[in-house]
Design a protein around this ligand. Structure first.
Ligand code: 9MR
Length: 366
């Protein structure tokens, strides 16, 4: 049976399930990692250990679909360190061990971010202390995992056109206490302790085609030019891509595609790092909701994967059971959100077929 027929069969099952007939696919969907691998692209998801404890089926799904993973929580500053100078690597180590046993690459996430800081860091930061605090953290954390990670999101969400700064940088505690130099310093310090990891600047909303998106893209490119001219070891850009299905300005023009070209021209490896599609404001009907979500997955990924510098796709979760969106962007009508490729029973949804189709349409990276 070829993939079309196979998918048609699975599609029928998915439709049956959507219409609440309770049918279950007897065969697992073709693993997205396998479809991606045919094009030399990596495919994966974020991961937290608690999901596996809650659902062995989810663990199986994860293992079947992913060859790259991002810890959703366990490598964040507030997960690693509750007290000054004290680090607990237990959860993060377990995750890295699980991934290495199962030949899954790990994207370290994340070293320098304005969010998820423990209270002690926020209290301690001042112009005289901030550089030392940042260096200690990078040395301790990147040093702990040195040689074991595929990449590090060294700097996370450092742009914010809303800050009204001409350079478009976010007025984060790092910027306010260290100055613009913190970005260069963070990359250099990470390269020193983990020379093997790809060093990434991970950023959100770079795909939206409005004034905000334009400002972000422009700021990203000029920051890259500034850093590369100074020989800063930055190897790639992560595009989070938390998409909203009611956002008509996602890919409303060619600015995103042109931007990918600009990144590629500068030798950047590009990763889609946190892909999901918020359905919080879509109509309640599950069939049409799933279709709209799937359409946006397909449109976004088809466009993104046309650019050969895009090396990997990581979704922010696999099944609708475990998604930040249910807590952060719940539906007003109280219905469960459906932003991911697999439903709460770990069965493929239209979004799965959309991702599969986009991977199939992608040019091979070799
Ligand atoms: O999904 C993550 C959620 O569970 C955490 O509470 C939150 C704060 O640490 O971070 C979420 O993940 C974010 C990611 O680390 C960075 N980009 C935005 C993601 C969604 O908020």
């Amino acid at each position: 049976m070829n993939r079309r027929d196979f998918n048609k069969m699975l599609g029928a099952v998915a439709v049956a399930e959507l219409t609440s007939l309770g049918a279950r696919a007897e065969t697992a969907a073709i693993p997205l990692k396998r479809l991606a691998d045919q094009k030399r692209i990596m495919f994966g998801s974020c991961l937290a250990l608690k999901y596996f404890n809650q659902s062995p089926t989810y663990k199986d799904l994860f293992l079947s679909q992913c060859d790259i993973a991002t810890p959703e929580l366990h490598m964040k500053w507030d997960s690693l360190s509750r007290q000054p100078g004290e680090y607990d690597f237990n959860n993060a180590d377990q995750l890295v061990m699980f991934c290495s046993t199962n030949h899954i690459k790990v994207r370290g996430h994340t070293l320098v971010w304005h969010d998820s800081l423990p209270a002690w860091v926020k209290e301690r930061l001042s112009p005289s202390s901030a550089k030392g605090v940042m260096f200690d953290h990078i040395q301790t954390v990147a040093g702990h995992f040195a040689g074991k990670l595929y990449s590090w999101d060294v700097v996370n969400e450092a742009l914010d056109p809303g800050s009204q700064r001409p350079d478009g940088l976010r007025a984060s505690p790092w910027l306010q206490n260290i100055g613009v130099d913190y970005i260069e310093q963070a990359f250099r310090a990470t390269a020193k302790v983990d020379p093997k990891a790809l060093l990434i600047w991970n950023e959100n909303y770079l795909e939206v085609s409005n004034g905000f998106g334009d400002a972000k893209r422009q700021a990203m490119v000029s920051q890259l030019d500034r850093l590369l001219a100074r020989g800063v070891p930055i190897h790639g850009v992560g595009l989070e891509a938390h998409l909203r299905s009611d956002q008509s300005n996602v890919l409303g023009d060619t600015s995103y595609e042109l931007f990918l070209g600009e990144l590629a021209k500068r030798g950047m490896k590009i990763f889609i790092t946190e892909l999901d599609v918020q359905d919080s404001t879509l109509p309640a009907d599950v069939g049409s909701r799933d279709r709209e979500v799937a359409n946006l997955y397909k449109k976004f990924l088809t466009t993104s994967l046309r650019q050969p510098a895009v090396k990997g796709v990581v979704t922010w979760g696999l099944s609708d059971s475990f998604t930040w969106i249910s807590g952060y962007r719940p539906r007003k009508d109280g219905l469960p959100v459906r932003p991911l490729a697999f439903d709460v029973n770990c069965q493929p949804k239209p979004a799965y077929y959309a991702i599969a189709d986009a991977l199939e349409a992608a040019p091979s990276r070799v």
